[in-house]
Design a protein around this ligand. Sequence first.
Ligand code: UDP
Length: 236
Amino acid sequence: MTLMKGTMLYEGKAKKIFETVDPDRVIQYFKDDATAFNAQKKGTIVEKGIVNNKVSERLFRLLEEGGVPTHFVERLNDREMLTKKVRIVPIEVVVRNIIAGSLAKRLGLKEGEAIAPPIVEFYYKNDALGDPLITEEHIRLLNLADPGMVGQIKDLALKINRLLTPFFQERTMILVDFKLEFGRHKGSLILADEISPDTCRFWDQKTKESMDKDRFRKDLGKIEEAYQEVLKRVCG
Ligand code: UDP
């Protein structure tokens, strides 16, 4: 049935997408390949794909229970997830609770300061341009989504943040920031892609140590250990 993997539709930096016999379902295969700085830095994080698949499953289930529509259907095995086939909106949506990463750099702000209320940013999903920060006017100019959909994306992103923040807090992690991608599915907007240590910043509540891809970006060591620890706290 739908579990038969068909032709590969797309290969990204961290995932492959395969057709199934059901035109409305695709398989997301999670790789161990890691990239950073617009793919200038490349490497492997052993068993990252397994961690990201399982963590994403747990978080998609949590969000569905909280009323957020997602593309998640079921996890098939260690590295594969069955999802609804969507047309990805080419916008990376970032939600920030704490100053870190490109925000600290761009605005000269100190890492670690709380942002209240949280902020939402949009980036144009375009590798050739290096995923530039864009405004709602740029989204309209580029015809990426209409203003109604942008409003919907922002509301959903903040709702997702309200659902995820206490979930991680209970697991002694601080959700610093994260990136979301949305897709169009049968006329509605649903959450797609993944939510994992590749796409979020998590800090240990006590030590404030990074438990995410920043360990790879900044060569902090103990990368695999950090991913396994996230899996344990989220799914254990
Ligand atoms: N992020 C992502 N994919 C990207 C860029 C960012 O998943 O292509 C995530 C990143 O892991 C972090 C958040 O989005 O959790 C904000 O990233 P930031 O803008 O600070 O960029 P970075 O410092 O990662 O370049």
